[in-house]
Design a protein. Sequence first.
Lengths: 141, 141
Amino acid sequence: MNEQLSVKLLEHHGVKPTSNRILVAKALETAQRPLSLMELETRIKTIDKSGIFRALTLFREHHMVHVIEDGGDGVRYELCRSHDDEHDDDMHVHFFCEVCRQTYCLDNIKIPPVELPGGFVMNTVNYMVKGMCPNCRDRRG
Amino acid sequence: MNEQLSVKLLEHHGVKPTSNRILVAKALETAQRPLSLMELETRIKTIDKSGIFRALTLFREHHMVHVIEDGGDGVRYELCRSHDDEHDDDMHVHFFCEVCRQTYCLDNIKIPPVELPGGFVMNTVNYMVKGMCPNCRDRRG
DNA sequence: GTTTATGCAAATTCTTTGCAATACT
DNA sequence: AGTATTGCAAAGAATTTGCATAAAC
């Protein structure tokens, strides 16, 4: 995994690329799916959880990650692939397997838009499907 | 708010209608929007939070409520209006206002369906929009 | 040398459980 | 009597903060 990539991403979003932040960004990049704080903790043993937490908070403020709630174990974080700093225009559908408790990105399924009633201003959208993933279906029926 | 209605609902889902459960069901019915455990606690002062929690757990097991994650303060619970005990066929879009932290039901906006890749089995869906509600927009621009 | 970032430990918040007491049938 | 339900208090789990140290600029 290319370190330059993470650095570029951080700088592009106006986040100073410190060693911790690069590690967190790389972990998210490598995972290719949304990770929870706890999952990041187990992946990056060299950083304290408070450090990871603060990195994520910063990323969130700078629109570098978006936040996914899957009802599994709290929220998950996913790198924004959008090039727009203000809006998350790459939003896709997520799938949470209730058996293995993994969250999948269905990258090529865009979230179908809805029209909101007058006065509601949209910022972000979450489209979360829950059920059983192919692996678990094969194994358990 | 009619007590009979809550009792009917409980019985219909195979939950014995005890006084606590009726109170929790009534609170959800009255609210007309998803409530968190904490919100229910402040609304129903006569029941301990553990009692509310256990009622909600039971409701969930009997498909009497569905669970909404809005990233606000943990999960919220909403009465199922569906008459199907197994599937939530009344799923509509929810809106979470990031200013006043309220969750709205957009009842007449159904969740647009997506086609899942092969092997994924859908159970439930959450479509959550975040942004600013009309009230907050008027007040703060 | 001042500001920024980090690690550790502790505080906070919210959810969940153990258990004795109560109500129900 | 025997089972199910409830309240209280305490345990658990996860997130968030305070503060002193260390690094960066």
